[in-house]
Design a protein around this ligand. Structure first.
Ligand code: HEC
Length: 177
């Protein structure tokens, strides 16, 4: 920097061209990158995927206990029923895509709103609750009521067992693995 500000007679070999401009260039670069991201963010909102509305409930599972139903609704229904609730962030891409992906993947496996169609065997459902593999991690991170305690897991397993006994699904699907 001093080379230019001194008496204007800077020796040729001391003139550094890059250094004084570098911070400004970085700032410009970051600004441009930010703008590009903002535009991209706006554009991806136009992609229709991720905004599917809930299909109709063809036959709702009738839970024998209110507590079990509440647990299931809080921890499972967003992906395993046609009563999916979407909070604001899941309406904004790219989170909406992830949410839609979960719903699209979950409903065919188990759907408490389509109790008139084949559902997995009780053992399968119990297993994923016991092991804690359901609800999935990314869901638990943002839904406190999906982080089931050991006691709640037991309560949900009991409720599921009663449900399969008192109001079994129309058919059981062969265990696909
Ligand atoms: C965030 C969405 C989401 C939530 C919440 C969720 N699931 Fe799932 N579930 C999925 C997806 C996606 C699949 C299919 C892919 C997989 O198996 O990982 C699945 C698969 C399953 C399966 C089939 C697994 C197998 O291997 O046969 C069962 C049973 C299941 N879920 C039960 C539950 C129960 C019970 C709850 C609540 C305690 C729950 N899920 C909560 C998304 C979810």
């Amino acid at each position: 920097m001093h080379t230019r500000r001194s008496n204007g007679q800077a020796p040729v070999n001391e003139i550094v061209e890059e250094a004084p401009d570098a911070p400004r260039r970085w700032r410009r670069w970051i600004l441009r990158a930010g703008l590009a991201l903002l535009v991209l963010f706006g554009l991806i909102q136009l992609i229709p995927f991720g905004h599917a509305s809930n299909p109709p409930v063809t036959r709702a599972a009738v839970w024998p206990s209110r507590g079990g139903q509440t647990l299931a609704e809080g921890a499972c229904y967003d992906c395993h029923s046609n009563l999916t609730k979407r909070w604001w962030a899941t309406k904004v891409a790219p989170i909406s895509w992830l949410a839609q992906n979960d719903v699209d993947g979950g409903r065919p496996q188990l759907n408490f709103s389509r109790w008139d169609t084949p559902q997995p065997a009780l053992e399968r459902v119990i297993e994923v609750v016991r092991s804690g593999s359901m609800p999935p991690l990314q869901y638990k991170l943002v839904h406190s009521n999906a982080r089931l305690s050991a006691g709640e897991r037991t309560q949900l397993v009991d409720a599921l067992t009663q449900l399969y006994f008192s109001d079994p699904p129309a058919a059981l699907r062969g265990d696909g693995g």
